[in-house]
Design a protein around this ligand. Structure first.
Ligand code: ATP
Ligand code: MG
Length: 448
């Protein structure tokens, strides 16, 4: 016997009951994004590996430890499964000249991302992000918009415990001065650094602030703060952002240690964190990345964005959003029961006629007695069953049996099907407008 195959560890199947909730969530998200003028972009899941090395930074968890990178066996090209979306989004914008041709762009994408992490609740190897990127905007106004729109989404989903943390990373030069101070400080405390941090001390000392090692927290807390190294422009940008947030009624906490795990950020960085998800509490994170476009070969262009973790948001929603998390299983209007060859042909046509007028129809497939089919019709929750046997088919008739309301089964001519079904359903729920009955309805090349 051959061994049963399993999904790759940390990569999940999303089964229909759950996937319907995902679609519901995606509908809410799409409407929300439309409300702010963001437009969709779909990028490939595979990108050239160097894209991520250049964008995210060599000395980062993602590039050092988490990336699924490999050689294309057919042509030797180095490829990577995307660990995040910003790099690919910016690559696409440069490649297609989006901003030069169309002015500043508000874009979003959604889909799976891949990181080789230790799987646990809220942390998977294939996970999903919805990413929002605003390209070509320099001011703190767009930073504010990106944050305010997050607050609106949490409201719509009924989350009241998602808290905002913000920080400013300043400019490259400001970070360089802070970095020198940081290196001096950590060097004088070298013995208290863990192995990772010792290695990063010279390569990327800012990353040490991001360390989650409990033993490191005290020394990190006392380290020189970036805020003390900000120049006038960075400080003004950050203050203007806070004024706009205050105006909008958004509250935040300044977190001096918020540096984000990717190298491309400057000035504003932010995270939305829930207390209900344990260590995996960050549901949305982002910031400004003015240097990234030129770093990837484009004309210099300011930009900012964020990404949300879909699995974590859905976990929050499941565990107590005020808005209904579950969606009801879709119920067909009509279940078509059929038995016999000629009856089956007529059943197919009947089902299409009903779909033409906007109804959801389950056509019984797989044969079986009338009795067993009627059981399935009942269990489906359908309002009506259409019953077609050889007797009916022989004279181009169908039988209609109400399942959820009183009334007898009755036979009608096939040509009256759409109108009769629409009439009896109308008593229960209004049908879509613009329904055409009779001539032209149904399978176009069919005849009764
Ligand atoms: P963390 O600190 O939790 O590892 P991160 O800083 O690596 O997060 P980002 O790269 O900023 O995460 O990604 C944005 C969001 O995507 C995160 O806030 C989180 O909600 C989600 N996310 C990141 N990695 C994972 C993962 N492995 N599994 C599930 N969701 C994830
Ligand atoms: Mg991470």
């Amino acid at each position: 016997m051959s061994q049963t195959l399993q999904a790759v560890r940390g990569m999940n199947d999303i089964l229909p009951e759950e996937a319907e909730i995902w679609e519901n969530f995606e509908d809410i998200v799409r409407d929300w994004l439309k409300g702010y003028g963001y437009r969709p972009l779909r990028m490939p899941i595979l990108e050239p590996e160097p894209l991520f090395r250049r964008a995210i930074g060599e000395v980062t968890d993602i590039v050092e430890k988490e990336m699924y990178a490999f050689e294309d066996a057919l042509n030797g090209e180095r490829l990577a499964l995307r660990p995040e979306g910003t790099a690919g989004c910016v690559r696409a914008a440069i490649q297609h000249n989006l901003v030069a041709a169309g002015g500043p762009q508000r874009l979003y994408y959604q889909g799976p991302m891949f990181r080789h992490e230790r799987p646990q609740k809220g942390r998977y190897r294939q996970f999903h992000q919805i990413g929002v990127e605003a390209l070509g905007f320099a001011g703190p106004d767009i930073d504010a918009e990106l944050i305010i729109m997050g607050a609106r989404l949490w409201g719509q989903l009924g989350f009241s415990d998602v808290k905002l943390e913000i920080n400013s990373l300043g400019s490259t030069e400001e970070r360089a001065r802070h970095r020198a101070a940081l290196v001096a400080y950590f060097e004088s405390n070298r013995d208290s650094l863990d192995e990772d941090s010792q290695r990063r001390l010279l390569a990327n000392p800012l990353r040490i602030l991001d360390s989650k090692n409990p033993a490191m927290q005290e020394i990190i807390e006392a380290a020189p703060k970036l805020a003390e190294y900000l120049g006038d422009e960075s400080r003004e940008h950050f203050e203007a952002l806070q004024a706009l947030l205050g105006e909008a009624g958004v509250t935040w906490r300044l977190n001096h240690r918020l540096v984000r795990g990717l190298d491309y950020y400057n000035r504003t960085v932010f995270e939305w964190v829930s207390g209900r998800l344990g260590a995996q509490g960050t549901v949305c994170a982002g910031g400004r990345y003015d240097g990234l476009v030129s770093q990837l070969g484009g004309k210099p262009m300011p930009a900012a964005g964020f990404a949300m973790g879909v699995e974590r948001l859905l976990a929050l929603w499941r565990e107590g959003g005020e808005v209904e998390y579950a969606v009801e299983r879709p119920i067909p209007h009509v279940y078509v029961v059929n038995n016999g060859e000629q009856a089956q042909r007529l059943a197919f046509r009947a089902a299409e006629v009903l779909r033409d007028i906007g109804l959801d129809v389950l056509l019984h497939c797989g044969g079986g007695s009338f009795k067993s089919q009627m059981k399935k019709a009942d269990a489906s929750g359908a309002i009506l069953a259409l019953v077609i046997g050889e007797d009916e088919a022989a004279v181009s008739e169908v039988a209609i049996k109400p399942l959820r309301m009183g009334g007898e089964q009755r036979r009608i001519p096939f040509r009256d099907l759409a109108e009769t079904v629409a009439g009896s359903l109308y008593e229960i729920e209004p049908l879509p407008e613009d329904i055409e009955f009779g001539v032209g309805a149904g399978v176009k090349n069919g005849s009764v």
